[in-house]
Design a protein around this ligand. Structure first.
Ligand SMILES: C[S@@+](CC[C@H](N)C(=O)[O-])C[C@H]1O[C@@H](n2cnc3c(N)ncnc32)[C@H](O)[C@@H]1O
Length: 298
């Protein structure tokens, strides 16, 4: 039986760079992703029967997950679409999937019903996980999606709170340099037209590879993606750049662009142990971890 928890996302407005017009990133991205899901986008691809027969191999080509996830509480974050949730359920985990888009979540519900799996769906924004109790998950798995929120800190703080000590946080993010590319010149070279320190929603670009149509996206720098994660109570155990270079395709293909710029970074991070004076992301966690920019401690 499926349980559905409907959570109405409170809509946070941000301002477009150089404009007084507020942009409601949640509403815009909810609509954009509803549209992608309703038009059978490649990004809304559900798990196949073959993938469900070997769910751990499909989910975990790098061996980052424990040998078995059976009985573990897994939060598939910003992960609607019926792929991750269904594979974790096929592997015996207790799955909760959070997503902003009801159309993406409908795919999780449909696929779970079809396969007689239990998957709890929650419609909410990744930067407000207040509906979950502290330390209620063993694993949080987040596919590429942090580009849809303006600030990573509340996302990381929420994950640090809901993960148990030593819990795993597996995530993939868009690399900032990929989001800086605006267009190609006449020699098919990639032009960096967006500043590294750009604040606010990214402008629309001519080169739309690795961007989703209609979505409002934000560039997060590496010190935010990696450094802020460390400061939020995690240690990073591995970091990879999935290779998207394709040497067989013509210049217009995104695989050609992947030869020059890595689109994604993927991280395996572990929640550090809470101590009596450290319930989450406070100084006693961070004081044991040095990151670039922090003062050196003896
Ligand atoms: C790349 S898709 C992930 C889905 C897919 N299962 C996959 O394998 O890649 C990114 C997801 O992020 C969701 N999303 C966008 N903004 C969000 C937000 N603020 N909070 C939660 N989910 C969000 C979208 O609705 C979409 O389902």
């Amino acid at each position: 039986m499926l349980r559905r928890t409907a959570v109405v996302a409170s809509h946070h407005a941000v301002r477009m760079a150089g404009s007084s017009r507020p942009v409601d990133y949640r509403t815009q991205n909810q609509q954009a992703w509803n549209q992608l899901a309703d038009s059978n986008s490649l990004f809304a691809r559900v798990a196949t029967d073959e993938e469900c027969r070997k769910p751990m191999q499909t989910l975990d080509g790098r061996g980052w997950l424990p040998d078995s996830v059976a009985g573990l509480n897994v939060l598939c974050l910003a992960s609607g679409g019926g792929w991750q949730s269904i594979l974790y359920a096929a592997a015996g985990a207790n799955v909760t999937v959070v997503d902003l888009s009801e159309s993406m979540l409908r795919l999780d519900t449909r696929e779970a019903r079809r396969r007689s799996f239990q998957v709890q769906t929650v419609q909410a924004s990744m930067d407000d996980l207040s509906m979950f109790a502290n330390e209620s998950f063993d694993i949080v798995h987040q596919p590429v999606s942090t580009c849809y929120v303006p600030d990573l800190k509340p996302v990381y703080a929420g994950i640090a709170r809901v993960l148990r000590s030593h819990g795993l946080y597996i995530s993939q993010h868009k690399q900032p340099v990929s989001l800086q590319i605006s267009h190609r010149n006449e020699r098919q070279q990639f032009v960096i037209g967006v500043e590294y320190y750009h604040e606010g929603p990214l402008p629309l670009q001519q080169d739309t590879s690795y961007r989703e149509s209609g979505a409002t996206e934000y560039l997060h720098r590496l010190d935010q993606i990696v450094g802020d994660l460390c400061l939020s109570g995690f240690v990073i155990e591995d970091l990879r750049e999935p290779k998207r270079a394709d040497y067989q395709v013509d210049v217009s293909h995104f695989g050609y662009r992947g030869r020059f710029v890595p689109p994604y970074v993927r991280m395996k991070a572990r929640r550090v142990e809470r101590t009596a004076d450290n319930s989450g992301t406070d100084a006693s966690t961070t004081s044991r971890i040095w990151t670039p920019g922090s003062p050196l401690r003896s």
